[in-house]
Design a protein around this ligand. Structure first.
Ligand SMILES: [Zn+2]
Length: 84
């Protein structure tokens, strides 16, 4: 689990802070960065199909565990790591 500065599960706002990003994610995405044993990066923005609203529930901050599993970065607390 990736923790925020209070030791809780890091939600997207805390993830953005740890990645040094502001409120808006860069459209081109970011390079992976190691945070607390996970590689964390921002996926490039996807073109929206069929005029669907921008934003929505699409998770763009991703995390890859040392075991190789790729998760949404806000969901690492749900990860049952094979390496643990
Ligand atoms: Zn794992």
């Amino acid at each position: 689990m990736i923790k925020d500065k209070y030791g809780r599960n890091a939600q997207s706002a805390a993830m953005r802070e740890m990645l040094g990003l502001g409120a808006h994610l860069p459209a081109e995405g970011t390079e992976p960065r190691e945070i607390q044993g996970y590689l964390v990066w921002v996926e490039p923005a996807q073109p929206r199909l069929h005029g669907r609203a921008r934003g929505g529930m699409h998770h763009r901050i991703m995390a890859k565990c040392q075991c190789g599993e790729i998760l949404s970065a806000g969901r690492t607390h749900q990860h049952k790591c094979r390496g643990e």
